[in-house]
Design a protein around this ligand. Structure first.
Ligand code: ZN
Length: 186
C-alpha cells in the first residue's frame, strides 16, 4: 500500500525517533509499504517519520542511480535502530532533495565516510562503513530519525530565502504528485 508522506511542518519530522524491538507490529508489512511508497514517489530513501511514525527505521533503494553512480547498483537496504558511530573523510557538497520538502533542492555539505551500527530486517546487527553516495543517502535518512531536515544544514540566508516556499508546502499550496499529509493548522 502506498502511504501518504508527511511534509514540512508536521511535528513528527522534528521528533527524535525511538528504537524498536523485533515484535513491532506488522513490521514486514510496514517495510513493504515503505518501499512501495518510495517507488511511487521516485525517491531513493524514506524514513519512518516521513510516513508519520517516530521510529528508528529507514529504507533506501538507489539502484536507479547506477548509470551515474555505479557504486549504488546493489544499494537496496533496510536500516533498523541505526546509530551513527563515526563521520570522517573530506566534506563534500551534494545537491539533496527530500520527499517531505518537495520542490526544494539544496547543496548540503557532509563528510564522505560514515561508520554505522544498525539492524537488518531480521534484527541481525551490522557495523559497516559506507562512503560516497551511499554514505550521503544514509546521512540524509539518519537525519530524519534524529528529527533533522536538510534545510537545517544550509546557511541562515538560504533558509530565509526558502521561507515562502516552505510555507506553501506546509499549507498545501505547493503540492507534489504523490499523496501528502499536511500539518494540522494551529
Ligand atoms: Zn528526506
Amino acid at each position: 500500500m502506498i502511504l501518504p508522506i508527511y511534509v514540512y511542518g508536521n511535528s513528527v519530522l522534528r521528533e527524535k525517533a525511538k528504537a524498536i524491538t523485533a515484535d513491532y507490529p506488522n513490521l514486514k508489512h510496514l517495510i513493504n509499504d515503505m518501499f512501495e511508497t518510495l517507488y511511487a514517489s521516485e525517491g531513493v530513501g524514506l524514513a519512518a517519520p516521513q510516513v508519520g511514525l517516530s521510529i528508528r527505521l529507514f529504507v533506501v533503494d538507489a539502484t536507479v542511480m547506477n548509470d551515474e553512480f555505479p557504486e549504488v547498483k546493489d544499494f537496496k537496504k533496510i536500516f533498523i535502530n541505526a546509530q551513527l558511530l563515526e563521520e570522517t573523510g573530506e566534506e563534500w557538497y551534494y545537491n539533496e532533495g527530500c520527499l517531505s520538502i518537495p520542490f526544494v533542492r539544496e547543496d548540503v555539505l557532509r563528510k564522505s565516510v560514515i561508520k554505522l551500527r544498525y539492524l537488518d530486517e531480521n534484527f541481525n546487527e551490522h557495523i559497516e562503513t559506507f562512503d560516497g553516495l551511499k554514505a550521503r543517502i544514509i546521512q540524509h535518512e539518519y537525519d530524519h530519525i534524529e528529527g533533522k531536515l536538510l534545510i537545517d544544514r544550509v546557511s541562515p540566508i538560504k533558509r530565509r530565502l526558502l521561507k515562502n516556499k516552505l510555507n506553501q508546502i506546509a499549507t498545501g499550496m505547493l503540492k507534489p504528485k504523490y499523496k501528502v499529509v499536511l500539518p494540522k493548522k494551529i
